[in-house]
Write a protein that binds this ligand. Sequence first.
Ligand code: SF4
Ligand code: SF4
Length: 283
Amino acid sequence: MITEPDRIRELFDRLSEHISEKCSVFMVGGGAMMTYRLKSATKDVDIIVENQTVFDRMEKALIEMGFEPKIPESIYGRLNISNIYIRDDYRIDMFSERICGKLSLSRKMIDRSHLHSEHGKLRLYVCSLEDILLLKSITDREGDYDDCRKICRHDIDWDSFFDEMVSQSQGENEVWISYISDRLTALSEAGFFIPILDSVQRMEKEYLERWSGSLLRKQTSGVSGKKARIVRSSCKGCHECVELCPSEAISFEDGGACIDPDRCTGCGSCVTICRFDAIILRT
Ligand code: SF4
Ligand code: SF4
């Protein structure tokens, strides 16, 4: 557990001793919230890097410092963490370019971030509160909702949040609108004023209408020839797919979802809805 903002600075000082070429890294999550004084402690430091070259430099430096790479646990499947590095009480989650497999480190996110500190060739930026809130609106890790509440007690540029949400929620990423809408609705019900809530809920409604229309087309056209399968080790038993499946092909057994292949039409809806990447489509 990191309980002092100086420990983060110290960490990057030490890291810079192993970095010989320029690197910029962007901090999100708990570490970033500590720099805004919204959190007094964090279990880990989440950083995003702009490209694979920077990722490789950072990874090499971390390993030279004694950090050990670890495969992400299944609960982080939705986050698509590129890697986790652990040493003593430090833990670094490093993402390359894309967070959660969908949310990209966009030009505007970079512009909104601010320089926290320089450590030799290493520059540490902190993402804006709006972008931290956006990320925490689509993740379900322990404490994410509480972190959203803490952020919402501060001035938020909701226009920036909304613009980023719209630009990131294109094509296959549209499903994020539902997650964000759920999170903002919960915050509103908890008493926070969310000026963009109506617009986000409208977008969610439009998205769901498009989604159910395409689902109907798939159902009536005999679909892909594929069947859904559960990855039991990743299933968190949230029931969402069970309630969603239009063919009633999913039941619940021994704490996890099970799919009846004879009923499954391969429409793929459960794959989209599962937040834990616990369902795959296979021929
Ligand atoms: S959506 Fe279904 S498969 Fe995914 S975690 Fe929830 S119960 Fe398990
Ligand atoms: S692919 Fe469609 S029919 Fe098959 S289990 Fe998933 S939601 Fe049900």
